[in-house]
Write a protein that binds this ligand. Structure first.
Ligand code: FES
Length: 104
């Protein structure tokens, strides 16, 4: 079962940036890109580093610790040292709010 959860307002996230969102013991990263809003797991798959201070360029997030890169839309690991993809979550915008579909 999945639920759409209101995570933040669209204007809480600058363009080409991301924000951290914590919900029920999990932490996520929500991105505002030129192609829309997207959500991935918040923690890098390499080590225990949150992506919230990472650099967004187009559809790519670069981890702040070792500069591993992921595709924001697919979660695919793009460059060393990351080799495990990020999990992604359906994301939609309605009425100026960002909603994320998380597994119940
Ligand atoms: S912790 Fe993210 S690349 Fe190492």
């Amino acid at each position: 079962m999945s639920n759409w959860i209101e995570a933040c307002a669209t204007n809480d996230i600058d363009e080409e940036d991301l924000t951290r969102w914590d919900h029920e013991e999990k932490t996520y990263a929500i991105y505002n890109t030129e192609n829309g809003f997207f959500t991935t797991d918040g923690m890098c798959t390499h080590e225990e580093q949150h992506l919230e201070d990472g650099l967004v360029t187009g559809d790519v997030i670069e981890c702040p610790l070792h500069q591993g890169r992921f595709n924001i839309v697919t979660g695919k690991a793009l460059s060393a040292p990351v080799c495990i993809d990020l999990k992604t979550y359906p994301t939609k915008v309605e009425g100026g709010k960002v909603y994320v579909q998380v597994s119940a």
